[in-house]
Design a protein around this ligand. Structure first.
Ligand SMILES: C[S@@+](CC[C@H](N)C(=O)[O-])C[C@H]1O[C@@H](n2cnc3c(N)ncnc32)[C@H](O)[C@@H]1O
Length: 279
């Protein structure tokens, strides 16, 4: 008997290891999609036993991404988007939200996950104004030099750069993501915007302890770890930019669509983000 759905799937894309969870597929599972395997469901279910509100990390994150798209397409009038770590296509994708508001908007999606590359590409490249590029977003020189990124976007005009729920998946040196972001930010034209969401470690108190326990649980699973950052570490990711109101806050508090009817739960307090502008 195959041990999981990936073993049973003769169409599983090359590069998929059925014994290892993938963050793209776990996130798809959390959002109610269909591109996930048993190992992804088990890994997410294990995390939910450690932190029962875990699914809210994904839900808040996706809702933040969509509000950010609406803000940038309307208030900022942006027509160019570079979405680093796009994830699998879901109900509302970046190009659908921004092209509804700015029909001429161009989007380049980048991801390295084999399932995103295999199945997502066709859906994300829905029209001639969207492109998908397989690549490692933690290699800024390669991404910024890529022919598709250079040709599809006009680097003389403002660009929205998204690193939404991606930087905490960087596996190397704790301070490397700040350097990676500096390289991207240096390349952006003036008037560009950067949107980041990130797992948050408050640094002290009960929530910080909960985040420590959660990170240990992630590290025990096959995903291989995730790194929550403190407020000052997250501020550093926006180095040289001007933060837009309300700054770096819980995603649930970043221009919510309405008042909260309940206090924020643990997961909602442990994922933060914001938008900043290059002036
Ligand atoms: C949690 S999902 C977030 C998807 C989307 N940004 C969102 O917020 O809805 C993180 C995505 O980043 C991608 N990712 C992580 N590390 C990456 C890397 N080094 N290069 C390209 N993509 C990466 C994963 O494959 C996954 O699809």
């Amino acid at each position: 008997m195959p041990s999981n759905a990936a073993d049973a799937d003769p169409n599983a894309p090359a590069g998929v290891d059925p014994g290892r969870a993938s963050i793209a597929r776990m996130y798809d599972y959390a959002l109610g999609g269909k591109d996930h395997y048993e190992i992804d469901r088990k890994t997410l279910d294990d995390l939910t036993r450690v932190m029962p509100e875990t699914l809210h990390l994904a839900w808040e994150n996706r809702a933040f991404l969509i509000r950010v798209c609406r803000f940038l397409a309307t208030n900022a009038g942006l027509t160019q988007y570079l979405d680093c770590g796009s994830g699998l296509p879901t109900a509302e994708n970046v190009h659908q939200v921004v092209q509804r508001l700015q029909p001429e908007a161009k989007v380049v999606y980048i991801d390295h996950d084999p399932v995103v590359i295999a199945h997502g590409r066709a859906l994300l490249e829905e029209n001639e104004r969207t492109r998908f590029l397989p690549g490692d977003i933690f290699e800024p020189a390669t991404i910024l030099g890529d022919e598709v990124v250079r040709a599809h976007l006009d680097w003389e005009r403002p660009i929205a750069l998204f690193f939404v729920a991606t930087l905490h998946h960087h596996k190397g040196d704790r301070h490397a993501p700040a350097d990676i972001m500096r390289e991207y930010i240096a390349a952006l034209p003036r008037g560009s915007y950067v949107a980041i969401s990130h797992l948050f470690d408050p640094g002290e108190g009960a929530d910080s302890e909960s985040m420590r326990v959660f990170q240990e649980a992630v590290a025990r699973g096959s995903l291989g770890g995730a790194t929550a950052r403190t407020r000052s570490e997250i501020e550093e990711l926006f180095d040289g930019l001007e933060l837009i109101e309300p700054g770096i806050v819980e995603l649930a508090n970043w221009w919510p669509d309405g008042p909260h009817l309940e206090p924020l739960n643990l997961a909602q307090r442990l994922i933060v983000g914001g938008i900043a502008r290059k002036v």
